[in-house]
Structure formats: C-alpha cells, structure tokens
Design a protein around this ligand. Structure first.
Ligand SMILES: *Cc1c(COP(=O)(O)O)cnc(C)c1O
Length: 380
C-alpha cells in the first residue's frame, strides 16, 4: 500500500541532500571540535560554517547561535536561563514551554498565561497588561504546532523592548515556513529545531541576542561559548545547517507548493463533507497546516481509519497524543471538549503531491460517513 505522510508538524524525513552532506562527518571529519590538531580544526571549521548558516537564516550573528539537542532543550535553556522574575507566556504553548513553566512555578516563580481568541491569536494588549515590576521574560510562540496560528511576535517583541523585558519565541514550527528576522522582530531569544525542517533529529539551536545574559543548563567543558557543555554533534549540526540553507533557498517554492495543497485540502473537505470547521486562524496560519474539526466523529477513530488507508495524520500534537485529554490548545480556543475530539491535524510537507491530496479527498468522505452512521452523537 502506498503511504501518505501528512504529519510534518510532528517530524519530517531527512532530505537526501542533507544526509549526503552529513555522511563524511561520521567517518572522515570525525574530530572533536575542541582538539588543536588538524582533525579538530576540520570539525571546528564545519561547526563555525554551520553556525554562520543558521545565523544567516535568522538574521542573526554567528556568535548569537548556541547549538542544542533540539527545540525542547532550547526552550528550557531560554526559560530556565533567565534565572529570576515573573514570566508571561500564552495558554497554547508547546509542552516544552508549558511544562517548563509549571516546573518553574513549583520552584517559586510566578507565571502568567495570557489567553487566546477563538482563532488562537494572542492579543499584544493582554501581554502588555500582564507586565509587572517583577516581569523579566515574555515567551510567546511564533506559530502554533497544532493549529498553525501565527502570533504577532514583532508587536509583542516591541512591547517587551519598551519595558526592558526579554522576549523569547519558540519558532520551531515557523522556521523555514515564515520569514524570520530576529532584529526586525525585536526577538532576544528564539528556539529552532532541525527535525521539523528536513534535518536530523536531536539537534536544534537557541538564538541569544548579543548582550543577553543566560545561565547555562549544562556544565562541563566550555563548549558553545560556555552556554552548552558537551562535545558538539558535528554531523547533526552540519545536517541542521544544510537543512536550514535548503529551507531558505526553497522558501518561495515551498510556500507556494504547501499553500496550494493546503487550500486544495481544506476546500475539498468543506465541499464534500458537512459540519466541518477549520480550527485556528483563517489567514494568519502556517502554509502547511489544516486542522479540521469533524462534528459527530471521534478523531482517534478517524485517525485509525485513515491509517488503515495508509494516510498518516494527527489528533493534536505528537507530544500529547498518548493521552486522550482534550488538547489544551483547542480548549483555549473555547471549543467544547466534546467537539474537540473530532479534530484532525493535517500538516503537509515538501514531498506531498496533488495526487496524494486527491486520494485523501477520495477516501475521507466515506470514512466520515461511516463513523457518523454509527455515532450516537450524530442523532441519525
Ligand atoms: C517539535 C516542537 C518542539 C520540540 O522540538 P524537539 O526538537 O522535538 O525537542 C518545541 N516546540 C514546538 C512548537 C514544536 O513543534
């Protein structure tokens, strides 16, 4: 059976060009980037070039990029690294932010969770009203991983700047899919991850604006300018940088491709199935995200039936799909818990085709029809 992967917000396949770029760094250029001999120098050169590439993709300087083990570590480093004071974040953040905030609350820190509107949008006015004399950090994600809503981060960044407060954004989902410039957007700290942009898993970065003081999480040798001890994962970092440069190179082409497929999917579903609602913002959303709510249907059943047809989707974030609790993101939009369960997230990728979307549109109405026929909720 042909399999169709529509879960790119969970992870992506590593681009073949990225794999090719990484390979020599396992077997030939395997030196420790801290070593003084030529093996070490070669590794160090690759590390420096990668740092420059990732910095360029974000509008940053190379010495402002710290390589980490991924988005989760970058988020932890940003939040825990600002050692004191009140934090303002949003109610729809990724668990990497929300769980870290809960941990910090357990350790005596104060956190305010600003709400979102029914499209999943944070109001910068709410962020500004939450500021107290003790506020040191605002952390609002750039684009949401479940519903794709893109937040007004530039505005929030400029509010933070006016109040002399640091602004962090989790840009794991938006990196490669929206334009990012940390200078223009008033961003002090920004998290990115490689495996969401066709790079390898287990590598990411935190942008730390020059002059911003952050406490490291990892102590040891002075790697990553003292910010993250441990021998650098050169193959991973080189692969991440290659993936970032491909994302920049293919940005317009990818955006056009993804937007086309997403619009085709949404319109096709709305045309062929009744009682479907788009979760998230109608326009201010990632070009590859279609989160759809099917009334009178269990999302998990829908997911499993699609899986039997070879189609991979998600009912929320991969990180919380092990639990059947309603998505905290959809709850924050004000959707009733019984309605939330009928939501499915389709996230498209560079490799998806129109014919794959046509196949989805072919099988989906029948599956939804069958599930509704046996649903006590449908009342029919
Ligand atoms: C995937 C994701 C993360 C976690 O990144 P990892 O590299 O898997 O640790 C953090 N934030 C968002 C918004 C994500 O989508």
């Amino acid at each position: 059976m042909k399999r169709i992967y529509l879960d790119h917000a969970a992870t992506t396949a590593v681009d073949r060009e990225v794999v090719q770029t990484m390979l020599p760094y396992f077997t030939e250029t395997y030196g420790n980037a801290s070593s003084l001999h030529s093996f070490g120098r070669d590794a160090r050169n690759a590390l420096n070039a990668s740092r420059q590439t990732v910095a360029d993709a974000l509008g940053a300087q190379a010495n402002e990029i710290i390589f980490t083990s991924g988005g989760t570590e970058s988020d932890n480093l940003a939040l825990k690294g600002v050692g004191k004071g009140h934090i303002i974040t949003s109610s729809i953040e990724h668990p990497a932010i929300l769980s870290t905030c809960r941990y910090l609350e357990d350790h005596g820190r104060e956190v305010t969770y600003v709400p979102v509107d029914s499209d999943g949008m944070v109001d910068p006015v709410d962020v500004e009203s939450a500021i107290t004399d003790d506020t040191t950090l605002i952390s609002v994600m750039h684009a949401n991983n479940e519903i794709g809503t893109i937040q007004p981060v530039s505005e929030i960044g400029s509010i933070a700047k006016d109040h002399g407060i640091l602004f962090h954004t989790d840009a794991v989902q938006s990196f490669g899919k929206t334009e990012i410039n940390v200078r223009k957007m008033n961003i002090d700290l920004l998290s990115v991850s490689s495996h969401k942009i066709y790079g390898p898993k287990g590598v990411g970065a935190l942008y730390i604006r020059k002059g911003v003081e952050i406490e490291p999480l990892m102590h040891g040798g002075g790697h990553e300018m003292g910010m993250r001890a441990s021998t650098e994962n050169i193959p991973g970092i080189v692969g991440f940088a290659k993936a970032a440069s491909l994302a920049v190179e293919r940005f317009e082409q990818d955006t056009r491709h993804l937007t086309g497929l997403k619009d085709m999917l949404i319109a096709g579903v709305m045309d062929s199935i009744d009682d479907v609602t788009l979760n998230g913002h109608p326009t201010e959303r990632l070009p590859n995200n279609a989160n759809l709510r099917f009334a009178f249907v269990e999302g998990e059943s829908l997911l499993l039936h699609l899986d039997m047809k070879g189609i991979a989707v998600s009912t929320g974030s991969a990180c919380s799909s092990a639990s059947l609790d309603p998505s905290h993101v959809l709850l924050a939009l004000g959707i009733a818990p019984e309605d939330i369960h009928g939501s499915i997230r389709f996230t498209l990728g560079r490799g998806n085709t129109e014919s794959e979307i046509r196949y989805v549109l072919e099988v989906l109405p029948e599956i939804v029809g069958k599930l509704r026929a046996i649903s006590p909720l449908a009342g029919g």
